[in-house]
Design a protein around this ligand. Structure first.
Ligand code: SF4
Ligand code: SF4
Length: 187
């Protein structure tokens, strides 16, 4: 049976049938996995009681460089959050590079419980602009000729992207927007 995602957009369901999708990495590319905050990890554990879904990774120079590139102009803050010599959590992958939460029917984590990075991908914010990560494997990116088409394909919109990005920044330890004050916010 061909794997399909059950609560994702049509393009992500079709992408999961083609592979590799954004839920797999090449072996040896673990330094380029996004970090998982304690809040995101605990939220998944509440809904998907599954041991082995997370891995501790060193804050290697390659990982720190990757994290800094996500937040240009905030490199000092990012380095303070992920000091070299310490560790961070990320999603664990199997021997084929697939996220441990990727089941035969797609992601086993309900969409609203997934890490913010998963919910945003392939979209991101650069200042007040929504940008699209450069990806040759993302079917939504390959099929969309404009940001509007990308929103439509992924069943999202600018306000949602902005909100998720702000929440991600908060749980990772950054203020909700570059240069803003950190505030407590319920999730
Ligand atoms: S948590 Fe789900 S959406 Fe995120 S990488 Fe894993 S399988 Fe994919
Ligand atoms: S976000 Fe892109 S890479 Fe990820 S499953 Fe959807 S179409 Fe595929």
């Amino acid at each position: 049976m061909t794997p399909t995602r059950t609560d994702d957009s049509d393009v992500c369901r079709r992408c999961s049938q083609l592979g590799p999708t954004c839920c797999r990495i090449a072996i040896g590319q673990e330094d380029f996995c996004f970090p998982l905050s304690q809040m995101e990890k605990e939220r998944i554990q509440e809904h998907v009681p599954y041991t082995g879904g997370f891995a501790l990774s060193p804050n290697s120079p390659a990982f720190i460089k990757f994290a800094c590139r996500l937040f240009p102009g905030e490199e000092d803050e990012v380095r303070a959050l992920f000091p070299e010599g310490k560790e961070h959590f990320r999603l664990a992958v199997d021997s084929m590079g697939a996220c441990r939460f990727l089941g035969p029917l797609g992601c086993e984590v309900p969409r609203e419980v997934r890490p913010y990075f998963c919910r945003l991908y392939p979209l991101w914010m650069a200042g007040s602009e929504v940008i699209v990560f450069d990806s040759t494997t993302c079917l939504a990116r390959r099929e969309s000729r404009s940001l509007g088409q990308m929103y439509h394909a992924l069943d999202t919109n600018r306000a949602t992207v902005k909100d998720l990005y702000g929440r991600l920044r908060l749980v990772w330890g950054l203020p909700p927007a570059k240069g803003a004050s950190r505030v407590n916010k319920g999730f």
